[in-house]
Design a protein around this ligand. Structure first.
Ligand code: M6R
Length: 352
């Protein structure tokens, strides 16, 4: 059941601290200073990594790409429906990672089959034990989020991100003290965000808006895309996410006093530059909601601040994402939407 929550989505948002604990369990040892993801422990470090995924899972893949690149691995993320093994270099040295919570998405399965034919080694990062992706790939890492009923992916997204952080460390044989310490602290920090979130008031204030924009850079860019996807999916309102620097290259023309801009501004992601982008929208009268760890002074340009605790630069985006999930949830709730089963959407998309 929904354990007293009005919707599965809200329940699953609140299950994220547990989901993260489950994903980390027995994979990270502080004592031995090891990150050990058993199923890929014997994988040779690949020459290149290609992610294939759709929707929210694609956003997790973008995040994974950055984690690997920072560790010196050539990595690219592809929308599974756009993947074409003939037009990218795929060979025996390539690891193709299918990120798919259901493990049944047709576009992703097709891409994985393509990659297999081209000789790549494949890895499924999935939530569903024994799913099609888990069975067809050479390796599988389970994200262990527990069952997700809401069509909108929430806890599976955070679990994918954590799993990809572990995969990045395991593949490159890196043990990053700061990251491990921050991973350990993350469940309690997620809980703190859930307990203190002021998103209901923010949602209430911007219920009548024409459109919602989300901006962030670095690790926050995929979260900006995800914030917008969640918003459109469950509220049926126009929403778009951009890498913060892209705003001035076109989308800025859409910004008015009726388009709130959610800016994710956290340490490690050139926050000062993002503040510059915030000023650009503030000057045009847009309401600004800053989701920030307080690393720079963005408050003075913001109408609302949704705070997140300080963490590792790769993990603050995960905390920020929770605030965005909740804003979308409360907007959809007030608009009386069918939150757990939005119109036209299905939990797993088995057509191409
Ligand atoms: O099961 P998958 O992770 O492969 O699903 C991919 C997308 O269909 C999925 O992430 C979709 O975008 C979400 N339901 C959005 O919340």
């Amino acid at each position: 059941g929904k354990s007293g929550y009005d919707h599965y989505m809200l329940k699953e948002i609140h299950e994220q601290p547990t989901a993260v604990r489950q994903c980390l369990s027995e994979r990270v040892s502080g004592l031995e200073r090891t990150i050990d993801v058993d199923s890929i422990a014997d994988l040779e470090p690949p020459a290149r990594v290609q992610f294939v995924a759709c929707g929210t899972s694609y956003h997790a893949a973008l995040y994974g790409t950055r984690l690997l690149r920072e560790r010196g691995v050539t990595a690219q993320a592809f929308l599974a429906s756009e993947y074409d093994a003939d037009s990218v270099p795929v060979d025996e040295e390539t690891l193709v990672v299918g990120v798919t919570q259901s493990g049944e998405t047709a576009d992703t399965m097709t891409a994985l089959r393509d990659a297999t034919s081209a000789g790549a080694t494949t890895l499924a990062v999935t939530n569903v034990v024994g799913s099609s992706a888990a069975r067809m790939c050479d390796h599988v890492v389970y994200v262990r989020a527990g069952p997700e009923i809401g069509v909108a992916a929430t806890k599976t997204f955070v679990s994918q991100q954590i799993a990809l952080a572990l995969v990045a460390c395991e593949l490159t044989g890196t043990y990053d003290d700061d990251l491990v310490e921050a991973l350990r602290a993350l469940p309690d920090q997620l809980q703190a965000v859930l307990d203190e979130s002021a998103t209901r008031d923010v949602a209430e204030e911007y219920l009548e808006s024409d459109a919602y924009f989300f901006i962030g850079r670095g690790y926050n860019a995929p979260v900006a895309l995800e914030g917008a996807l969640k918003m459109k999916e469950i509220t049926y309102k126009h929403a778009e996410g951009f890498a913060a620097g892209e705003l001035k290259h076109g989308p800025l023309a859409l910004v008015t006093d009726r388009t709130p801009v959610f800016a994710i501004v956290t340490g490690g992601a050139n926050p000062r530059k993002t503040v510059g982008n915030v000023k650009e929208v503030e000057t045009r009268g847009a309401p600004v909601v800053a989701v920030t760890d307080g690393c720079v002074d963005v408050e003075r340009y913001a109408d609302h601040v949704l705070p997140v605790p300080e963490s590792h630069p790769a993990l603050t985006p995960i905390l920020a994402n929770v605030q965005l999930q909740l804003v979308s949830y409360w907007v959809a709730n007030r608009l009386g939407r069918s939150i757990d089963k939005p119109r036209n959407l299905a939990k797993s998309v088995t057509v191409e």
